[in-house]
Write a new protein. Structure first.
Length: 444
């Protein structure tokens, strides 16, 4: 029944492109009064039959796409939607079409259906005034910004995430909530934006195969920040909080494991030793400390260029931590190595977003978190603003990256402190890395 599309594709591809099919449609009158579409057998749901027919047609279009993929240019931006469509079942397709807002009068030709709205309709979740308030009312009294040093505020973030998981237990439903919240991004507290990302991360983590995650963090002058706020006004208690963030996430994945490795980058304040003492005295689970100095003392050939810890500015410590972690044997579990910053800017309960991204594709070797691409949220002292005070600098840096380093692809946030790699690729590329400074991410 779909032979016409193949016929037209062959004309277009073999006989001169779209021009070969005529520049304009020839409009005519057609009557469906006697059509088989209206001859339904008793007891047959005509709408379900329509869904089946269009679902089957979608399958044929995907088959044609695969057949001719090397003969037509398909923008890379189309791929996420293509992947989404490919994964639809008849049940999911029917739910999506039934939930999709009705078009009045005539089809909205040329309409671009975005991935978030398709995911929303697939889930069957359409946030109306009533259930939207159920999401936002519990945080209505919260400030727009989130104080990372406020332990009680972080407790409320997790309470909000748990409520979301109870109300919207599937990834599709949570993505629908996420899309609705993004429409009012700057009006809503950072807390609820973070909570929905955490809930989505945990839902994704629950469907991942067993993994072992090593989280690498460089430490330099972190004496105050590892304190609690009671101990120091700038204290974030990050040793405790990062462990808590991972524990909460991995509740959804009992077959998976994790560790956090803090690498002292030659800190003159002795951050590494202080962290070791706090980890031991507070019984902080799955956390340990390593020292870049060890690479120098043991004359590790991979880091032969580092003669003194002063030769490194974060990059050397992260790379050494990744290199050492990748040597570990974790049996049948996929080993994923992630690096992040010592502060609490990136809540590690979002790690499920990275893990799912990597484990869902055997060919994908790394993935990069982003604060600036669509759906990412950059927060400052004013709340979920989505921009920085120097957005022009970011835009120009992105332009230069596209100009000078096109191999890096579309991702805008090359400097974020939330990047994940399969351990197998870490073993392959770390020996080639030469940048030990703050810009090491791009070379990696």
């Amino acid at each position: 029944f779909s032979f016409d599309m193949q016929l037209l594709m062959l004309v277009a591809l073999q006989c001169g492109g779209q021009a070969a099919m005529g520049s304009e449609a020839v409009v005519y009158v057609d009557s469906l009064a006697e059509s088989n579409f209206y001859q339904q057998a008793p007891g047959v749901d005509p709408m379900l039959e329509s869904y089946k027919s269009y679902f089957n047609m979608m399958g044929r279009m995907l088959a044609l796409h695969d057949t001719f993929k090397d003969k037509q240019e398909v923008p890379a931006a189309n791929q996420p939607v293509i992947d989404f469509v490919r994964g639809l079942t008849l049940e999911a397709f029917s739910k999506m079409m039934a939930t999709m807002p009705r078009m009045q009068g005539k089809p909205d030709w040329g309409r671009v259906f975005t991935l978030p709205e398709l995911q929303s309709w697939k889930s069957g979740v359409v946030l109306n005034a009533a259930n939207y308030s159920n999401v936002t009312d519990p945080v209505s009294g919260e400030p727009l910004a989130l104080d990372l040093t406020d332990a009680a505020a972080l407790d409320r973030v997790y309470a909000a995430a748990d409520r979301l998981l109870q109300t919207y237990p599937t990834v599709d439903a949570l993505q629908a909530v996420e899309a609705a919240l993004l429409e009012r991004q700057r009006e809503l507290p950072t807390m609820i934006h973070l909570a929905v990302k955490l809930a989505k991360s945990k839902a994704l983590m629950a469907v991942c195969p067993p993994v072992f995650v090593t989280m690498i963090t460089a430490m330099y002058n972190e004496k105050n920040r590892m304190c609690s706020k009671d101990e120091h006004p700038n204290g974030e208690n990050f040793l405790v909080n990062k462990s808590r963030e991972m524990e909460w996430l991995f509740e959804a994945a009992p077959a998976s494991s994790w560790e956090i490795v803090y690498v002292d980058d030659g800190c003159p304040q002795g951050s590494g030793k202080l962290a070791e003492e706090r980890i031991k005295s507070n019984g902080i689970p799955n956390s340990r400390v390593d020292f870049l100095q060890r690479a120098i003392d043991e004359k590790d050939p991979t880091f032969a260029d580092i003669k003194d810890t002063k030769d490194s500015q974060k990059g050397g410590a992260i790379e050494f931590g990744m290199w050492e972690a990748a040597k570990g044997d974790h049996g049948d579990k996929e080993h994923i190595v992630i690096f992040t910053d010592a502060d609490l800017a990136a809540n590690l309960s979002q790690t499920g977003l990275l893990v799912f991204n990597l484990t869902s594709s055997p060919s994908r070797m790394s993935c990069v978190g982003s604060r600036y691409d669509e759906g990412g949220i950059f927060c400052n002292e004013k709340g979920a603003m989505g921009v920085t005070k120097n957005f022009e600098l970011l835009a120009f840096r992105d332009f230069l990256k596209r100009l000078l380093l096109p191999a890096l692809g579309k991702g805008r946030d090359t400097q974020c402190g939330f990047k994940a790699f399969k351990a197998s690729v870490v073993k392959k590329v770390i020996p080639s890395v030469t940048d030990r400074k703050f810009s090491f991410d791009m070379q990696l």
